[in-house]
Write a protein of this length. Structure first.
Length: 318
């Protein structure tokens, strides 16, 4: 989350009032993230997380809000989006889309370990199983075409060595996507961004273990290969680990996922390529955010080298 567009209190209050959440008590921006502007909003009714989608059409936020609402109705731990009579699931502020949802109980799992990764992977498997019969289609906005375009943008600002590595890795991603068996992999609705900062953990008591209180941020959700979503989660959760801990984190996440939704033979055959493709996506995204001079009132830059695709072999060997 970050704050690129500092909205006045009156604008946020008007949108929150349209959602029927009462008056605004306090507004606080957040520093994490790289795409949209996010605020913690405390109203007379409850605590909300408000998001200003910087560069989105109406279709994408409508799909993400509908997906979060449907998952919430089916018992999955997701925040219910706010809705009103005039603005069903989103409002417009200064030509940009404004959405809001309930603020989940607990803390964001930034420094969580294997136990939290396993719980997040289990929740992702439940999401995939719950959405198997869903026929609503929304393309993944951070797919292969976006990665190639972002790689060209990042190459213009990257050192020469990184430029060659970007070209090589994006060509491998294109080969995976264009391979004959890729379209035959199981497909469905995917989260595509289940990082640690998109998962909330809570401990029922001081002595009890933390449990998953919810998953959020469905703005990148779309229809695609389920194995890619599992690979994205695995790579995201082990990015901040080092050495043997990286391998153990990935193993714990994939094992927990397969406990609920075992990978089919074709998915197991391409899991290494999927993990590498997840690294490529994150690497290009971080490079664009790191080298692109985008003005933000509050922002925390992510280190792009954490996702440089050089560790996919470790899972295969381990």
């Amino acid at each position: 989350m970050a704050v690129f567009t500092a909205l006045p209190r009156s604008s946020i209050g008007r949108c929150v009032h349209e959602f029927g959440q009462g008056g605004v008590r306090s507004i606080r921006g957040t520093v994490l993230g790289s795409e949209n502007s996010n605020f913690y909003v405390h109203t007379l009714e409850r605590r909300l997380v408000a998001t200003v989608l910087e560069a989105s059409s109406v279709a994408a936020p409508s799909f993400s809000a509908c997906l979060a609402y449907a998952l919430c109705l089916n018992g999955l731990p997701t925040p219910a989006p706010c809705c009103g009579t005039n603005a069903p699931l989103c409002a417009t502020v200064g030509g940009m889309i404004f959405v809001a949802g309930a603020n989940l109980v607990g803390r964001v799992a930034i420094l969580a370990g294997e136990c939290a990764a396993s719980r997040a992977a289990g929740a992702l498997a439940v999401l995939h199983l719950a959405c198997i019969g869903c026929m609503y289609y929304c393309p993944h906005i951070h797919g292969e075409a976006w990665v190639r375009a972002s790689a060209r943008l990042a190459a213009a600002h990257s050192p020469r060595g990184a430029q060659h590595a970007l070209e090589h890795e994006t060509s491998l991603l294109a080969r995976l996507v264009l391979s004959p068996g890729y379209d035959r992999l199981p497909r469905g609705l995917c989260h595509y961004d289940l990082f640690q900062d998109n998962v909330s953990m809570v401990a029922p008591s001081r002595t009890a273990r933390e449990r998953l209180s919810g998953c959020f941020d469905f703005h990148f959700a779309g229809f695609g290969q389920l194995v890619m979503d599992a690979a994205i989660l695995s790579e995201a959760w082990r990015a901040n680990c080092t050495g043997r801990e990286r391998r153990d984190m990935a193993r714990a996440a994939l094992h927990s996922y397969q406990t609920l939704r075992p990978l089919v033979r074709r998915e197991r055959a391409c899991i290494i390529e999927a993990l590498r493709a997840a690294c490529i996506r994150f690497w290009t995204s971080r490079l664009c955010g790191y080298y692109r001079h985008r003005v933000a009132g509050l922002r925390s830059l992510h280190e792009p080298r954490a996702f440089r695709p050089a560790w996919h072999v470790r899972i295969a060997s381990g």
